[in-house]
Design a protein around this ligand. Structure first.
Ligand code: DCP
Ligand code: MG
Length: 356
């Protein structure tokens, strides 16, 4: 039986800032841009969350919700150092480690002999070591597959862990709120709800073709999850080769102007993600992706050494010539990063603007 641990640091950037400046520890804080009206926060500590402040929220809005919020500028190089430290700890338990971001990773401990082979005890020990080495707390999820481990790591946050045993998988999947499935954002959640689907058990009651009709291939993945199935293996070679932002639209759109207004919304987020991406790589190309209302996608790319906005507009024009009367349900922008390493995959994070 496969044993997966998902580790996720608690309010990561904020916790690092509190560690390094104890004066912040008892105040609601957020890490991110301040004054600029367009800036957003990266994350916030748990005190701030009590006021409803959240990751990716506009700073202005966060300040409204929590007027005493202390804004701290981010220090990416420090977060990167911590990330190296925690990855070194994961490596003591398994060679099958798949980092998802600086503060998060899957670890396959199926063959790990330490702690009598108990994944629960291994997770505890890893969290203990993280605390000893970095002074920071992490939470863990332990489950027979990736998606359940990821959901589980949130259930006893902060500084806790949650186990889903093989015996509990079925029950957990039946009672799973669909919005907890990684990849299901606000738009998909609303659409599921409109179809009468909110829990795992609801999806089990409809057949595959229904899910494909409404959600394309992703519908099949959702349905699998509702049966507790996730066959994706841990991929230790997965390294980001591109950085992207996608937005699934609440309502399909048709005109170039509507598309441009969407680009204006997601372009700043793309720039932010590029800034955070692996600084050892350089931009080699930029691309646009459009998904039409029949779920067909098209992409247009050009060689480029930056995320050039006017060039994105040109690429948009080119992509739209392929619409043949179809409306548009998703737009994405991305840049390809150049590196010597082989065998890489790209990831595009879903930006769900309507979820906030
Ligand atoms: N982050 C970001 N922008 C986002 C989300 C996250 O810059 N939209 C950064 C800041 C976070 C870090 O990535 O500290 C890790 O993201 P998580 O989603 O794990 O969030 P936190 O670790 O902050 O909080 P939690 O305790 O809920 O995991
Ligand atoms: Mg985290």
């Amino acid at each position: 039986m496969v044993k997966i641990i998902h580790i996720d640091m608690d309010c990561f950037y904020a916790q690092v800032e509190m560690r390094d400046n104890p004066a912040l520890a008892n105040k609601p804080i957020a890490v991110g841009g301040d004054s600029d009206r367009r800036s957003v926060i990266a994350t916030c500590n748990y005190q701030a969350r009590e006021f409803g402040v959240r990751s990716a929220m506009a700073t202005a809005r966060a300040k409204q919700l929590c007027p005493k919020l202390v804004l701290v500028p981010g220090r990416m190089s420090v977060y990167q150092q911590v990330s190296v430290q925690i990855r070194a700890i994961f490596a003591q338990y398994s060679s099958l480690v798949e980092p998802l971001s600086l503060d998060e990773a899957y670890i396959d401990v199926t063959d790990c002999q330490q702690c009598l082979g108990s994944a629960t005890l291994i997770a505890q020990e890893i969290r203990q070591k993280i605390f000893e080495v970095t002074g920071l707390t992490a939470s863990a999820g332990i489950a027979p597959n990736k998606f359940m481990a990821k959901i589980a790591s949130d259930l006893n946050k902060p500084n806790g862990q949650f186990v889903i045993t093989p015996n509990n998988v079925d029950q957990f999947a039946l009672n799973l709120p669909l919005k907890k499935i990684p990849g299901v954002g606000g738009v998909t959640e609303k659409k599921l709800k409109a179809l009468g689907l909110t829990m795992g058990r609801d999806v089990r009651a409809v057949d595959e073709s229904f899910m494909v009709k409404h959600f394309g291939k992703f519908g099949l993945a959702i349905r699998e999850r509702c049966f507790g199935i996730d066959l994706r293996p841990i991929d230790p070679t997965r390294i980001r080769k591109s950085v992207g932002v996608e937005i699934t639209l609440a309502i399909d759109i048709d005109t170039t102007d509507q598309c441009i207004s969407m680009l204006e919304q997601i372009y700043p987020e793309l720039l932010k993600r590029i800034e955070k991406a692996d600084s050892t790589k350089v931009i080699a190309k930029q691309g646009i992706k459009i998904k039409f209302n029949d779920f067909q996608s098209t992409t247009v790319e050009r060689i480029s050494s930056e995320a050039n906005y006017p060039l994105f507009l040109t690429l948009l024009d080119e992509a739209l010539t392929r619409s043949k009367g179809r409306s548009i349900r998703l737009i994405g922008l991305n840049v390809g990063l150049h590196s010597e390493e082989l065998n890489q995959q790209s990831t595009t994070e879903q930006l769900d603007l309507f979820a906030q």
